[in-house]
Design a protein around this ligand. Structure first.
Ligand code: RB5
Length: 150
């Protein structure tokens, strides 16, 4: 699995924590910034990561900002992206099993590094269940594919 990871200035510490986690897990990743100690705009980091996942260059994406909300809104604008903002382990597991999410968003001003690690570890290792959930995910994909303006 190859993961693209990025954050804005509000998510730098959790981004570093999750890179250490992926090193421990033996997961390959590429860091797309930010290299910042000043304020940057989260779409400038969410959209490139989301596009790389949607185009198949990376299998998954992880995005961190202050709340995780801006990153998740931006990532979900990219066709083919199913981004989950998950701040608890139940949701992290369920969104892989049921939604086959390919991007995870986290908010560093909402949760601490320990919980972020647990969430990311579960999200990175949980398989999609398919079956009735696949039919539901397919309906989202069909909607995207039948709307040329998306
Ligand atoms: C930056 O101040 C903050 O707005 C950003 O990190 C994020 O929380 C946006 O959703």
């Amino acid at each position: 699995m190859k993961v693209a990871i990025a954050s804005d200035h509000g998510g730098i510490h959790i981004r570093q924590e999750l890179k250490a986690l992926m090193d421990e897990m033996g997961i390959q990743y590429e860091d797309f910034g930010c290299e910042c100690d000043t304020s940057v705009d989260y779409p400038d980091y969410a959209l490139p990561v989301a596009k790389k996942v949607a185009e198949g260059e990376f299998d998954r994406g992880i995005l961190v900002c202050g709340t995780g909300i801006g990153m998740s809104i931006a990532a979900n604008k990219v066709k083919g992206i199913r981004c989950a903002l998950a701040h608890d382990t139940f949701s992290a597991r369920a969104t892989r099993q049921h939604n086959d999410t390919n991007v995870l968003a986290l908010g560093e001003r909402v949760i601490g590094p320990g919980l972020a690690r647990d969430i990311a570890q579960i999200w990175l290792t949980t398989e999609f269940e398919g079956g009735r959930h696949e039919n539901r995910v397919n309906k989202i994909t069909e909607y995207e594919n039948s709307n040329p303006t998306l």
